[in-house]
Design a protein around this ligand. Structure first.
Ligand code: ZN
Length: 346
């Protein structure tokens, strides 16, 4: 039974409609790498969670399912660091590399199918699992060029002068096309560290007749600008002027910065705002690992949720180092507050 094939028709998808039908908000899933490791995957590789596409796709599916049962309405695929260039450097052919990208989408779609099967078996909530039939979106992740470099440069956005708009478009073009045709509902451009990469994504969406919409998520390490130092307002305007962008926001940024960032974005766009912060821990780019105990607890994370909602965010989830417990708690807060939530004023 395939009741969940991706929404292949751009014209028929409206994020506003989706949000309206889901009480005005939606829950995005949480961190993938941490969970894959918890399930036994070894991610010490430049391809990071992309490596699991080759070695253990079942683990990815399990993590996706965990997030759906925690209450996530949107799954982000395991393609953040999966690139044709990266796979080919590992010795795969171009064809095999493209097939792996498509596989990241089909794994998420399989998890969604399995979830729908479980949900149709009956009960709403049992043993803390959220089991109800609702519209679930699969968002195909596209990490920034810095994520491919695997040197942490998506956290500073400085690619050097040799990397131009044309370089970035050329780098991303085929991946975006493959993912757009693999059955996802939308593309999630994530951890965008600078304005030039946002421009590259916007131009690709327009020029290459991509049939599904996209969201843009920027990251910040000072609560004011994006990580490269480029103006968040200017980056938001790039997203705002692209018709295919159906939501814009922030990911992989400490929770304490989020409110101010949403408020400044809201001044220049009326597109739905999304946020999926990291746990607040610091990433050590040299050692390529998260520095433990620099972050906030799940309770602290969740205490922000209503503030973010009031500030104008309608899509809320977690990025690195967040878990199904984080997402379950976000789901709980949002579903408890939805009856009294103030509708967005614009
Ligand atoms: Zn992250």
């Amino acid at each position: 039974m395939h009741h969940t094939k991706g929404n292949g028709n751009f014209a028929s998808f409206s994020m506003e409609d989706f949000l309206k039908k889901s009480k005005g908000y939606a829950v995005i899933d949480g961190g993938l790498a941490t969970e894959l490791e918890r399930h036994g995957a070894d991610l010490h590789d430049p391809l990071w969670s992309g490596k699991c596409l080759i070695s253990s796709p079942h683990l990815i599916r399990t993590v996706h399912l965990d997030y759906l049962e925690a209450g996530a309405d949107i799954l982000i695929t395991a393609s953040y660091q999966a690139t044709i260039q990266g796979f080919m450097a590992k010795g795969l052919s171009e064809k095999e590399s493209e097939a792996l990208l498509a596989k990241s989408v089909s794994i998420a779609c399989e998890a969604r199918d399995m979830y729908y099967e479980r949900a149709s078996e009956g009960s709403c909530i049992e043993d803390g699992r959220v089991l109800n039939k609702r519209k679930i979106l699969v968002a195909a992740s596209v990490g920034s060029y810095g994520a491919y470099l695997a040197d942490g440069s998506e956290y500073d956005g400085n690619y050097g002068d040799s990397v131009t708009l044309a370089t970035l478009k050329e780098f991303h073009r085929r991946r975006v096309q493959v993912l757009a045709e693999a059955g996802a509902d939308l593309i999630a451009f994530e951890t965008i560290p600078n304005k030039i990469e946002a421009q590259a994504f916007a131009e690709l969406l327009d020029e290459d007749d991509i049939k599904i919409p996209a969201w843009f998520a920027f990251n910040s390490k000072d609560g004011v600008n994006v990580v490269s130092g480029d103006s968040l307002v200017e980056c938001t305007l790039v997203a705002n002027s692209c018709k295919k962008v159906v939501a814009v926001g922030i990911n992989c940024t400490p929770p304490r910065f989020i409110s101010a960032l949403i408020l400044s974005m809201k001044k220049v766009t009326s597109k739905p705002l999304l946020i999926y912060p990291n746990s607040g821990e610091t990433y050590d780019a040299d050692r390529k690992e998260w520095v433990e105990s620099t972050g906030v607890s799940n309770e602290d994370f969740v205490s922000y949720v209503n503030v973010w909602r009031e500030a104008g965010a309608s899509l809320i989830g977690g990025c690195c180092r967040t878990t199904p417990d984080t997402i379950r708690a976000i789901h709980k807060v949002l579903s408890a507050g939805s009856s009294t939530a103030v509708p967005s004023k614009d």
